[in-house]
Structure formats: C-alpha cells, structure tokens
Design a protein around this ligand. Structure first.
Ligand SMILES: Nc1ncnc2c1ncn2[C@@H]1O[C@H](COP(=O)(O)OP(=O)(O)O)[C@@H](O)[C@H]1O
Ligand SMILES: [Mg+2]
Length: 334
C-alpha cells in the first residue's frame, strides 16, 4: 500500500543542535501513527516540517507523494493540522473560526455550511457554535480545533500533542473523537505525544524519538516484544536515598535494570516472582520503608525506559511551566 507520509534521512539543525537527526520513517495509508518522546525530542520540529512551516536542513519528506518543500500547496490541501498550542481565536465564535478556515480552502457556500454543521455536530459543539471561543473549556477548544483541521476533508490529520493540558475526561473524549473521525473520514493520523496511554490506546504504530533520533519503531505489541526482560517490579520506598538504593538493587543478579521514578524503584527482571524476596530484603537492610510492591506486565513506559534509559514523565513538569509562560528553558534538564 502507498505510504501516506514518507520521510527519508530528515535532519534539522539549529546551530550546533540537531533537533532532528537523520529521521527515516514511512507511515502507511490508514495508519494511526504515534511519535512518542519527551520534551525537546524533536516532535514539533518534525511536525512543522511535514506541515510545510519550516524547511529541513537536509533529507526529504513526502506527503501523499508531494514533497514538503517543493509542493507545499498540494501538501497543505491534503493535511489537516492541529498544532500543539491552542490556536483558536478567543474573540471569534466557534462557527466563525470554522467558516474562516473553510473559506481559506475556497469551499463553496453550500458545501461549507454543511461540512461545518456536520463537524460541529460530531465534536459536540453545535449548540455552542454561536458562542465566543473565550467561553469554551480547554476540552471544547481542542475539539473545535480538531473540527477546524478537518474542514477541507483532508486525508491525513496531523496532531501535535492533542491532549496536552487536558483533564483525563476531556482526554478520553478527544481519543474517542479521533477514533470515530478515523473511520468516517478514512483518515491517516499522525500524532505526537508524551503520554504513554495515548500512544498505547490510539496508535497502530509507535516511533520512540529521543534527541532527534528514532530509537525504536514498531507496533505497540512489537515494541514490548523487543525488550528483553519479562517482568517489571515497582517498589515504592521511603526513608532512603533512591538513587543510592537503585545502585544497590542493580547489583542483584536477577535484576536487568533499575530506574528511579518519583518515590519508586522500577526494576526490570526476567522473573519478578523470584526477584521480589531478594529485593524486599535488600531494601529493608538499607533501612528503606517499603510501602508497596507491584509485579506487573510491561507497558509502553517500560519500553521507553529500555530504549532511552529514563522514564518519560520527569519531563512533564517542565512542559507545564512552559505552557504557563514560565519561559522556554534553553536546556531541557539534560
Ligand atoms: N526555532 C528554534 N531555534 C532553536 N532551537 C529550537 C527551535 N525550535 C526547536 N528548537 C530545539 O530543538 C529541539 C527539539 O524541539 P521540539 O521539536 O520543539 O521538541 P518537542 O516537540 O519534542 O518537545 C529542542 O532542543 C528545542 O529547544
Ligand atoms: Mg512539541
């Protein structure tokens, strides 16, 4: 089947920094493809190139066979875009925003009004179409922006962190919307996220991106199969220094790797049931206060840890402060 998006050896540099480093990937038509990575990984840079907003330093990308540098108009006609930051104008009504976008695409009046009504109905905003966006909740704005991205019936929808900053309920509503648009509009979807659950619940394929490089690419199940250890033991520990404890735990023979996440040690092992007594014993001897021991199957988060050596969420706090206007950190804590 033809690729909806084809990216070959794509690099984008900002001075010394390689925001994207020889990225090659191909997204089949009809796929829901997730680009999963921490803050600063290069996700938005890739989206900006694909949506023709910036040029790559080298390499090439094609959308429905159209080159993102040479054929920008064709590319734009085929893609719908939902940018990372909320971009719907607060001073306009939901309908007005939809109408302006539909006019950009030179849609005839009848088709335009029908499409807008259909989309606003699908995203649950028909009754609020005449209200100013300033009166919408975050979830409503996001839904409007998804509808806006689809107004010209694109075949590919590209979303940059579609649920960032939304409460869990609104997040699930967005997921359901994407699932249903995917069917009704026969969409190919490319989304970026740093939420594991988002990639896991929505995507057919996931690429893990870190420091501008794709470090793994497979189906969610395939990614889980790629990591060697079978079990994950999570130990919630108080009273001791966890970094120090993690080094001691790492020396236990049955243990493959250990990372610290919040108040937990996340231990990868071939056989969790066998390892637990020794782990519990070791932590007690260090004077640790063990409040919870969890033996679980691998999640996409464990895959992420395996490929990047750290959990993804430690980056979240910084991202939120950025959204709140605390400024752009020049280094993302690395
Ligand atoms: N216009 C720019 N000028 C300089 N550096 C940039 C610019 N845009 C992004 N970067 C840097 O490129 C890297 C990737 O950023 P970005 O693509 O926004 O990551 P993500 O979306 O995964 O958080 C970061 O280190 C970021 O600081
Ligand atoms: Mg981004």
């Amino acid at each position: 089947m033809a690729a909806a998006i084809d990216i070959v050896d794509l690099t984008k540099t900002y001075g010394e920094l390689k925001a994207l480093d020889s990225v090659t990937l191909s997204i089949p038509e009809g796929d829901c493809f997730g680009l999963l990575g921490p803050n600063g990984a290069g996700k938005t840079t890739l989206i900006r190139i694909l949506t023709t907003l910036i040029r790559p330093t080298s390499g090439a990308a094609r959308v429905n066979s159209f080159d993102v540098v040479k054929d920008r108009a064709h590319v734009r006609q085929r893609i719908g875009v939902v940018p990372q930051a909320m971009t719907s104008d607060l001073d306009l009504t939901g309908f007005e925003i939809m109408d302006i976008y539909a006019r950009f695409y030179e849609m005839e009046k009848k088709e335009r009004l029908e499409r807008i009504d259909e989309l606003l109905g699908m995203v649950g905003l028909r009754e609020r179409a005449g209200d100013l966006v300033a009166t919408y909740s975050g979830g409503m704005r996001r839904r409007l922006e998804i509808a806006r991205g689809l107004v010209h019936k694109p075949s590919i929808l590209i979303l940059d962190e579609p649920t960032i900053g939304l409460d869990p309920q609104s997040r699930h509503v967005v997921w359901e919307l994407l699932e249903s648009f995917r069917k009704t509009d026969k969409l190919t979807i490319l989304l970026t996220t740093h939420y594991m659950e988002e990639a896991e619940s929505l995507c057919d394929h996931v690429a893990i991106i870190d420091y501008g490089k794709i470090v793994a690419l497979d189906t969610v199940e395939g990614l889980k199969r790629q990591i060697p250890q079978k079990d994950v033991v999570e130990l919630t520990v108080g009273n001791i220094d966890l970094q120090e404890a993690s080094q001691r735990v790492a020396s236990v023979p049955a243990v493959n790797s250990v990372v610290v996440k919040d108040d937990r040690l996340i231990v990868a092992t071939d056989n969790g049931a066998n390892a637990i007594p020794e782990l519990v014993d070791g932590i007690k001897r260090m004077g640790g206060n063990l409040t919870r021991v969890l033996l679980k199957q691998q999640t996409l988060e464990d895959v992420f840890i395996h490929f990047t050596g750290r959990p993804i969420r430690e980056e979240e706090a910084k991202k939120v402060s950025f959204l709140l206007g605390a400024g752009v950190p020049t280094k993302w804590g690395r």
